[in-house]
Each structure stands twice: as C-alpha cells, then as structure tokens.
Design a protein around this ligand. Structure first.
Ligand code: UD1
Ligand code: UDP
Length: 389
C-alpha cells in the first residue's frame, strides 16, 4: 500500500482524533480507541446526547469520557448538525491539530468529521467504507458518498464494499479490506452478557420472542409507515421486545400511535451487552438498523430487515437476513424466515464480516499514517494492515 496525503508534516501533533456522534459509532469504534491507547483523542459531536444513547456505552465498553464534546448539534436538523459540527471541529482541530482523523460509518458526524479534517489538510481514515444502498433518499447514503470522496484511507469491511469503491474510481492502494469492527464488539458483549448479571433484562417473556429495533426515517417519519411496522410486529404471533429509539418514541407520540405499543414489551434503549443478551435469546430479530444486520451474522440469529434497500447485502446473501420492503407483509415474512431457519439452522454459517481483528488492523493503519504524516513519506505495503480480509 502506498498512500499520499495532503497533510503538512510540520503541523502533526502525534494524536489521532476519533470523531463520533451516535450509539453505533461508540460501539464500533470502542476497539479502535482501545488499540490506539493514549494516542486517541475522542471527539463527540453530541449528535446523540441522552445517557441511554451515549454515556452508558462509554461506561459499559470501558472507555474514558470523550476528550471533547461539541454542543448545539444533537436534536437539530440534518443541515444544521453537519454545518455546526464542521465549524466546531475546524476550531477544535486548529486548537489541537491531530495527525490523522478517524471516522466511522455513515452518520452526520462522519460527514462533518471528514470534511473538517480534509479542508485543513489532515488525512482521514474512514472505517466501514464502501457500503452503498443505492438509495439517495437515505441521509446515510449521501454521507457515505461525501466521506467516500474525501477519505485518504478507506477501511472496507468486505470485498463487496471494496468493489463499490473501486467502481467509483477510488484508487486501489487507498482501500484496505479490514473486516468490520462489529465482530469484536459483538464478541466482547457476548462475553459481558455471559458474565455480568446486570446485562440480563427482567421483563423478557418466558417463551420464544421477537427482538425489534426501529429508527430509520423511512419507518418513522410518516404515520402510515410507522403504523405498518408496529401493526406488522403485533401480527407475527410471538411476544415482541422493543427497546425504543428516541426518534421512534417521538414519532409514536407525534403520530398518536401509542395504542399500537400496548401489546409489546417496550423498553428504553438498552446497553450493548443487554441488547446482545436479548438477541441471543430471541427466536427472531426485526430491525432497520445497520449494525444489527452485521451482529446477527455473529450471533447466528435470523433477521427481518424492514427497509426499502440495504447497503449490507452480505448478511442477506449468507442467509441471515431477509429484506422486507414497504409493500411486503412483515408478519408473513417473519414467520417464513422462522420456518426456514428451523429447517436450515444458521449456527455453522460463517459471518461475512471478518475474524474480529478489524480494530487492531485499523489502528495500525492510522498509526502508520501518523508516522507518515510526521515524515511526509508514503506508507508502504505492510506498514499498516494487509490489504485483504
Ligand atoms: C442517527 C443517524 C443514523 C444512525 C442512528 C443511530 C444520521 C443522518 N442519522 O439517526 O444513521 O443509524 O443515528 O441510532 O446521522 N434523540 C433524542 N436523544 C438522543 C438522540 C436523538 O431524543 O440522544 C431524538 C431527537 O428528537 C432527534 C431524533 O432523535 O431529533 C433523531 O436523532 P438524530 O441523531 O438526528 O438521528 P437518528 O435517527 O438518531
Ligand atoms: N443497540 C443497543 N441497544 C439498543 C438497540 C441497539 O446497544 O437498545 C446496538 C445494537 O446492538 C447495534 C447498534 O446499537 O450495535 C445499532 O445502532 P442503531 O440501530 O441505533 O444504528 P445503526 O446501526 O442503524 O446505524
């Protein structure tokens, strides 16, 4: 691998800024932050701000509090979130210039972090690079395209995501297939769920149940879409446990759909070990989440993905997930997947997302880039991670 960047050598400080803003970024970057050790400078954009969506994950995953938390971002609309975060991150990077900036995934924090760094000439490492749904109505797809244009190093989780980047003209030496850090995050939380009694959830039915999590705008922003999902969940014929994302809680109130929650076991957002505890016991998972699509391949649980499209075809192709579009019957699809899983258990199907070493490989790439920034010489193959999963 040989990578040239726009970084100016004399300005490097020897820190690596990890910019994150939401629940899944904290979960998926915890391993990278731990691998970087004192080099990591964690900057939280404040996009997620409730303790149940942010603070509890820092504590449970053994992370120190962020070095810096931005304000004026959480709860605002998309354009304001990105614009405010770019301005605040620009100030922060000028105050304490990192050698490298790491961003993860497809949220507004990713778009802002990559833009602020790139405009200051600081090299950007994008974790979970190259996913594409093809659906430009998704805010996340646009964020992925923005960071795809700006990143200096693209850490693609799979060959499929690497190929997406190459098709868009990203040069092959900038793309490294690392696997997805969700694998080690899930393995760590399986262990935490096994050993920490606090991970257990008391209200869980003593019979097969469905675990559900819903938060995408396509399922929450309009009353008919949210009604369809909630009625579909109620019709599966099994008890449903629903840790409620704050966006969805607000939408239920706004659309006056509270009665549709009556038959469900509704919980506040739970910690990662608790979510994994629930998922390992669930007969079936129903979600529109990105990370849960990947986690189910590690947990070997069947998953109904309630979405128009998915940027994670690997989980579908491997047989873990089934896409249920708005015109489809959610409850019928759920029952069909349960039946198929009884006939073809998933226990032996390997996860397409790697072997649990992605965080180490990504940290090595970032550290190599930092050393390169200090000397302004290109990274050579073998200094960072290998270029295949
Ligand atoms: C964001 C990401 C999405 C990711 C999800 C993870 C973007 C465009 N969206 O969506 O990709 O899958 O996080 O969960 O970046 N709220 C609270 N408390 C919080 C956080 C949010 O009450 O701690 C409520 C607010 O009403 C807020 C709404 O949820 O307006 C939406 O939050 P926001 O961060 O804008 O989008 P998410 O739907 O969480
Ligand atoms: N998750 C959690 N508690 C919950 C719901 C989800 O810890 O109550 C975890 C889940 O295991 C996964 C991540 O949050 O690791 C997914 O986050 P989310 O669905 O909010 O975002 P996405 O992955 O869709 O971007």
């Amino acid at each position: 691998m040989t990578i040239t960047t726009q970084a100016r050598p004399s300005e490097a400080t020897g820190s690596i800024a990890v910019v994150l803003g939401t629940r899944p970024e904290i979960i998926k970057l915890a391993g990278v932050i731990q691998e970087l050790g004192p080099r990591a400078r964690v900057i939280h954009t404040g996009q997620h701000y409730d303790d149940s969506m942010s603070g509890q994950f820092f504590r449970q995953l053994g992370l120190a509090a962020p070095h810096c938390v931005l304000t004026g971002i959480g709860g605002f609309d998309r354009g304001s979130q990105i614009a405010t975060a770019i301005a605040a991150l620009t100030e922060e990077f000028q105050r304490s210039r990192p050698s490298v900036v790491i961003v993860q995934g497809d949220t507004n924090a990713v778009s802002a972090g990559a833009q602020a760094a790139n405009y200051l000439g600081i090299p950007v490492v994008h974790v979970e690079a190259g996913l594409r749904s093809g659906d430009r109505a998704m805010p996340e797809e646009l964020n992925r395209l923005v960071v795809g244009a700006l990143a200096d190093v693209h850490c693609a989780p799979t060959n499929t995501s690497r190929d997406n980047l190459l098709r868009e003209g990203v040069s092959p030496e900038r793309v490294i297939v690392t696997g997805n850090t969700v694998v080690e995050a899930t393995l760590a939380s399986i262990e935490a769920a096994r050993t920490d009694p606090a991970a257990a959830i008391e209200d869980v039915p003593d019979q097969p149940f469905v675990l559900a999590t819903i938060h995408r705008p396509e399922n929450t922003d309009s009353e008919p879409a949210l009604r369809r999902v909630l009625e579909g969940l109620s019709s599966i014929g099994l008890p449903v446990v629903l840790p409620l994302h704050p966006r969805t809680a607000a939408a239920v109130d706004r659309h006056g759909l509270g009665a549709l929650l009556d038959g469900l076991v509704v919980l506040p957002p739970v910690g990662h070990a608790s979510f994994i505890w629930l998922a390992t016991r669930a007969a079936l998972v129903v979600a529109d989440s990105g990370g849960v699509q990947e986690e189910c391949t590690v947990l070997k649980r069947p998953l109904v993905v309630v979405r128009r499209s998915t940027e994670r075809p690997e989980a579908v192709d491997a047989g873990f997930a089934r896409l249920v579009r708005p015109a489809d019957d959610l409850a019928a699809a759920a029952r069909g997947l349960l039946e198929d899983t009884r006939r073809h258990p998933l226990a032996e199907v390997p996860s397409p997302y790697g072997d649990g070493t992605a965080s180490r490989r990504i940290a090595e790439v970032a550290l190599a880039l930092m050393r390169q920034t200090a000397t302004n010489r290109p990274i050579r193959q073998g200094e960072g991670a290998e270029s295949s999963a």
